[in-house]
Design a protein around this ligand. Structure first.
Ligand SMILES: Cc1cc2nc3c(=O)[nH]c(=O)nc-3n(C[C@H](O)[C@H](O)[C@H](O)COP(=O)(O)OP(=O)(O)OC[C@H]3O[C@@H](n4cnc5c(N)ncnc54)[C@H](O)[C@@H]3O)c2cc1C
Length: 602
């Protein structure tokens, strides 16, 4: 059996790791206040039981499976139910609800783990020859519905797992370019780079369970993008396995050789072939890396400061500011008498804030700014930034304590979603990017849209936001929303998520800054890039893959399958959906919220 490790089949991350709130005294009161869920009395669902799943039968023929085994070895081909289920979905809230509720209409029929590029190419060629569908699988962490086979798919579906390709194969030290196999996950590649004194500088919150190939295929962005760039900047060279051979893009600093094929592969979500290798620009591990915390009296002052920083000579590695609500959440999830809580409760900070900003501190905003490089460089950047912060009425003496804690717990936060689902509640995200001139408008519109959706369902819901990833002309806004399910988790989730997404395009923002399109965001693609933009994109996909063998239905609907449920509508693609349950296999009725995720408040 292959040694490739996967996340839990029903949730985020490693077996045995979970979110706990017992050491965070402010958390339970915060949750009651935000969504009306009382954690003291709520019933926690038991862990889902794999034996209860109805896994669709594999339709892979013995002949086809043998042909794959001839390429990669019998140990690296699997039609096992658990393995196929693990490769069915990513980790969006919808994915987690569906998997907990025995809602699997179509799974890959066979999972294959090639060892190297030659084997990937041979698998691609064998699969296309057999007119099978190929879905490349990295870490399985996407949250846009980028992996699931179309429910209407009649052909054999192959999940091509890159997990055995995880080496940094070479580093051009003179140019700062590292060649990395596509299946390398964040910790794999960063350890190998660090051992030689280098870093990729790409740290998405999913870093621990996502791959460099997946980052490229979804146009990912990491929290230090202000310094290192998004993956679209970092990835310079690419190798992609296609039916007629390897597509090879050499790592060039820049080129004017026509429309960028590199940019076409970026964000293609497996529709143009299988990325086998990425050459990334790397940097020397910085001598100094600090994350400082700052406070602002309100969101408008904080955003104005972030914009001023982006326009200034300062070059921080992280610029991030939470709005008042997210600041409240951060304070509530602090461990007892440590970090932020200590600053707020155990020091004179609130008194100083009151003297500076008045008694009402409910709108204060917490900001984290990162500085990296030589000590002299980092210190100089900090001086430039702190002057701007003071000019915008901010407080600059909080120091690095909260930043250290933020750094430590950032990879634990994803476990919170599973905890909330266990309690019968949704917690999920929507993110976007907009020009500076529209940032406040987009922020307020998303809040209003979420509230409208909660009113429509008739529930008390929560939304909070932060700005991160600054650019010269704008920034990313990231929204987290939560609510207790009322009747139908998927239908209710659709109402909230759709309302927020719609508010983005209605207010001049994009459908996604870094989560990609998949099937979840594709209904808004036309609003985002225009009808003619979609025509060009479809021409690219159908021209490069006339048989629609590569992950059909992602980003744009598969031709001839536009109305297919998986491509857009049933799982939330339809804009302005009504709360009418749309599921053939309605999750609530069947299993979970009753057994696994009870309404939980009483
Ligand atoms: C809790 C959480 C936090 C997250 N935080 C961030 C964040 O901070 N920043 C961010 O950018 N994203 C974030 N994400 C989203 C997700 O991690 C990214 O989309 C990531 O880039 C997906 O990588 P993966 O290796 O897991 O790809 P997968 O989920 O396995 O695949 C995603 C898509 O890429 C395709 N693909 C994967 N590998 C290849 C390949 N080798 N060749 C061709 N196509 C391929 C797949 O077919 C699929 O369409 C987060 C997700 C979660 C659940």
């Amino acid at each position: 059996m292959t040694d490739v490790k996967h996340m839990k089949w029903w949730g985020w991350g490693n077996e045995g790791t979970a979110f706990h709130h017992e050491d965070k005294p402010g958390f339970a009161p915060f949750v009651v206040d935000a969504v009306g869920l009382d954690l003291r009395t709520a019933t926690k669902a038991t862990e889902p039981d794999f034996a209860e799943l109805d896994v669709p039968k594999s339709i892979a023929t013995a002949t086809f499976t043998k042909s794959l085994a001839a390429i990669v070895g019998a140990d690296n081909v699997s039609t096992d139910d658990m393995v196929r289920v693990i490769h069915t979905y990513g980790k969006s809230l919808r994915d987690l609800v569906r998997i907990r509720n025995n809602w699997i209409e179509r799974s890959p029929d066979v999972v294959v783990y090639p060892a190297d590029e030659a084997e990937v190419l041979a698998v691609v060629q064998a699969a296309v020859k057999a007119n099978a569908v190929i879905i490349p699988f990295g870490g399985g962490s996407n949250i846009a519905g980028s992996l699931e086979p179309l429910p209407t798919e009649k052909r054999t579906v192959v999940s091509l797992d890159l997990g055995r390709l995880r080496l940094v194969t070479s580093i051009d030290e003179e140019s700062g370019l590292a060649v990395i196999q596509a299946g390398a996950q964040g910790p794999d590649l960063e350890e190998q780079l660090n051992a030689k004194g280098w870093t990729i500088g790409h740290f998405p919150d999913s870093f621990t369970h996502s791959t460099v190939g997946g980052w490229v295929a979804t146009r990912s962005s990491g929290m230090q993008s202000d310094k290192y760039g998004d993956i679209a900047d970092i990835a310079r060279g690419l190798r992609v396995a296609r039916p007629d051979g390897m597509l090879v893009l050499r790592p060039l600093p820049s080129t004017s050789s026509g429309p960028s094929v590199r940019e076409m592969i970026l964000g293609s979500e497996g529709r143009l072939g299988v990325i086998t290798e990425v050459t990334v620009q790397v940097h020397r591990v910085p001598a100094q890396r600090d994350v400082y915390a700052y406070f602002f009296p309100n969101w408008e002052a904080g955003i104005a400061a972030m914009q001023a920083i982006s326009e200034s000579d300062a070059a921080p590695s992280i610029t991030r500011i939470s709005d008042g609500r997210e600041t409240g959440f951060s304070l509530a999830t602090s461990k007892d008498r440590k970090g932020l809580d200590k600053f707020m409760a155990g020091t004179a900070l609130p008194k100083i804030m009151e003297m500076k900003w008045g008694k009402d501190l409910s709108n204060i905003c917490l900001s984290f700014i990162g500085y990296e490089g030589t000590k002299a460089h980092a210190d100089h950047q900090r001086k430039l930034v702190e002057k701007i912060i003071r000019d915008h009425d901010g407080i600059t003496f909080v120091g690095t304590g909260p930043g250290i804690l933020y750094d430590q717990k950032k990879f634990d936060t994803p476990y919170l979603r599973d905890f909330l689902l266990d309690m019968g509640a949704a917690g999920d995200v929507s993110e976007t990017a907009a020009p500076w001139s529209k940032i406040n408008q987009v922020h307020d519109a998303a809040y209003a849209a979420a509230q409208g959706a909660y009113d429509e369902i008739g529930i008390k819901g929560w939304i909070m936001s932060h700005m991160s990833h600054s650019y010269h002309s704008g920034a990313c806004l990231y929204f987290t929303f939560a609510f207790v399910f009322k009747n139908d988790p998927i239908a209710e989730y659709n109402i909230v998520k759709n309302a927020i997404q719609q508010s983005f395009v209605d207010n001049g923002a994009t459908i996604s800054h870094h989560h990609g399109v998949g099937v979840e965001h594709s209904p808004w693609l036309e609003d985002d890039i225009s009808t003619e933009g979609v025509v060009v994109m479809n021409a690219l996909f159908t021209g490069a893959d006339p048989g629609q063998n590569f992950n059909p239905g992602k980003v744009t609907a598969a031709v001839g399958m536009e109305k297919s449920a998986g491509a857009a509508g049933r799982l939330g693609g339809t804009k302005n959906t009504s709360p009418t349950p749309v599921a053939k296999k309605a999750p609530v009725a069947k299993k979970a919220p009753v057994k696994k995720a009870p309404a939980a408040t009483k």
